[in-house]
Design a protein around this ligand. Sequence first.
Ligand code: ADP
Length: 473
Amino acid sequence: MRLGIRWKLAATYFLLIIWILAGTNLLLLHTLEQDYLGRRQATALAGANIIAASGGPDLLRGDRNAFYLARRFGEQTGARVLVVDRTGRVLVDSFGESRLEGKALRHEEVQAALAGKNAAGAHVLADGERVLYAAVPVAVDGAPGGAVMVVTALDDVYAALAQVRTRLSLVSLAAGLLAGLLAVALAGLLTRPVAELKRAVQRMARGHLDARVPVRGGDELGDLAAAFNAMGAELARVDRMRREFLANASHELKSPLSSIKALAQSLVDGREEDVEVYREFLRDIDGEIDRLGRLVNGLLTIARLEGEERPPENRVEDVGRIVEQVLGLNRARAAQNGVTLRSEVREGTEWPVNRDLLTLVLVNLLDNALRYTPAGGEVTVQAQAGKDGLEITVRDTGVGIPEEELPYIFERFYRVDRARARETGGTGLGLAIVRQAVRRMGGRVTVESKTGAGTAFTILLPACPQAAGGDRL
Ligand code: ADP
């Protein structure tokens, strides 16, 4: 089974908590045990010392007095009191058992006491009983002449510890369960955004570009959600633009086709005998076919500009020559329209450019300038290389563009005056192509215009263009 991130997190929390609880419990029990034993040792040693001090060397005589002293103390404290001589032989046993009397004790506490030191230690007897031995020397003329050993049972201590352990275990179990539940809930809370994101990604993969996730909190998951939403919005935008473009393109292609169809149909259906009428209709059809051709060419150019992934190759070119060549193509038309064409490119202006792209841009800008400049006007191309880059301006003294239209003129198929643009042969793709081509060169294009006074399009090609691949739609 695949374990989700939620359960992994929860299991980690849970194990960590259990581990900490177990550790603290063990530490606590150990400390308690040490504390209990320490106290017991102190009490036992104190008792042994009292007996040794109050009995003194008389104890070592092993007579009845010594026995009573030992027994009284033993009865008071519930301990067994033994008195041994210098060799460890038992002289007195408060339990009065004859079994031990006369036997030598070899316990390390007794040995230590006989060497003059107080000593105490816990032991486990053969039958599993836990006892505490505490032994102190009995001084005779300033040297240990024997020892008093107090033996106490530790059952009560261990019973108390066992009780504490049981309670601790119960509390820990409850705490552990609670922690486990909390861990699951917390992990769920933490992983919820991830689960939401996953669902949204799956939805988007199925083509629902409107899938969004709620952005919660300012952490990395919140950032991720915001980034995902931004990506979704961009994808939706691109998708909408593509659909719009397709609809517009179809519409634009359809209108000349309809005209051609209508013109041809009327010739086929009519009983017209006059050849001149035929000629006129065919001229119209020819014009519409030209329009279709321009549209298809424009669309192909856009597709080519968009499809190209690699940045264009640049070569240092004489900008004046390129401008001159494009102007040359337009001289006849300008003369026909009564418009003056001028180039104001400083001699020797050289710049690394892509000749084809730059030509494409200039051809389209000049085409527009001539189309929207009435007779008597002037179209000028200026170019100069500065520290910001190469700046080329195509300026005309034509009809100009209303200010409120300026933001839209670079959009595909956008025409300020639909009817007139169509009359003059515009497709609405010219400036879209210009913008796309300039971006491919890593530059940008701006426009300034005044209605009735003229228009100036300026392209700026930076000195070192940022690589421009496929462009935003
Ligand atoms: P079109 O093929 O219709 O010229 P463009 O994309 O080249 O399409 O231009 C979009 C619109 O911008 C045009 O319809 C026109 O109204 C306006 N325009 C472009 N260039 C000029 C200009 N030099 N002077 C006046 N208007 C212009």
